[in-house]
Design a protein around this ligand. Structure first.
Ligand code: FES
Length: 97
């Protein structure tokens, strides 16, 4: 199984996951809180995270994520944790950690 790794900064938590799993899945597996109200349906945008390192290791946004990012005015380094799929090592943060 190919693996990926998500580092949650500044919580000092890291989770290894199956490559292709989402940032939210990694967070849930190591009890890192990420805001959400649509349970990953790509509607609420509360799961916005900032990618600090490894943006190349996150798959390009799906059409759904792309639309959400535009509607919610995501910055260039922000992704929807419930939709963004990790394929290598990435470091993310939020304003509330
Ligand atoms: S949890 Fe709602 S858009 Fe990600």
């Amino acid at each position: 199984m190919e693996t990926a790794r998500v580092n949650f900064h500044p919580l000092n938590k890291t989770k290894e996951i199956r490559a292709g799993a989402t940032i939210l899945a990694a967070a849930n597996q190591c009890s890192v809180p990420i805001g959400q109200s649509c349970s990953g349906d790509g509607i609420c945008g509360w799961c916005r995270v900032t990618v600090l390192r490894g943006a190349d290791h996150v798959a390009p946004p799906s059409e759904l994520e792309q639309r959400l990012m535009e509607e919610m005015n995501f910055a260039g380094n922000e992704r929807a944790a419930c939709l963004a799929r990790v394929k290598g090592e990435v470091t993310v943060t939020t304003s509330y950690w």
